[in-house]
Design a protein around this ligand. Sequence first.
Ligand SMILES: [Zn+2]
Length: 257
Amino acid sequence: MLNHRAVSFIFIPLMALLLGLHFYRELSLYFFFMALLAYVAIVVYGTVSISAGYHLKALCEGVTTEKEIAITFDDGPNPEVTPQLLDLLKEKNIIAGFFCIGKNIEGNEDLLKRIDNEGHIIGNHSYSHGYMFDFFPAAWLLQDLTSAEQAITEVIGKKPLCFRPPYGVTTPPLARAVRSLYYKVIGWSVRSMDTTIKDDEQILKNIKGSLAPGAILLFHDNNPRILNIIREFTDFAIERGYKIVGFDKLLGIRAYA
Ligand SMILES: [Zn+2]
């Protein structure tokens, strides 16, 4: 699999060589710019595509032929949506994963406790989750992830071991921060696009079409529209013989220290 170190190891000397050949052998700059363009394209792809494992290895699906999948919810806990979602999951006897934002836990401690008490898995999804999150240096990111970890641990009494990067974006500083905290990075294989696609039927069509053993689906529990989507999707999956399990079970990993 491509990773940033190997790609840089090849492309940086190559670009230096092409530049040298331009100045000393009058080689056209075209070759240098083509190499630069290819390098930038690979880095951008690796940064925005969590499944590429480019900066950081992420677990994005279970390796199984069993009809088992995991559903995960990012960006909560949300006082409006999360309680209704928990009611629905309880009614259907489904275990799910919740990647919580540290700052959202403040004032919603009982809700976080409820998520844990009902058997769901809680992971770290950063403290701030700001738009500029990925542009901060490693020391700042380390502090942010540690603050979220403390917020979770103080409420549920367990230290999370799993982290999901905001927006699924990874960078070299984030990779350093995550490694120093020994987090496992959890991605997804099916992105529901519940925050961008406005038509519920289109979302349902996409996610039903992606149903496959080992799939990890990404939703957001700050979006009330997911309630109907989850109800219909989980009925569909269960009717087809699928079991919906915690992502830790699907991946065979520990969720807490
Ligand atoms: Zn998020």
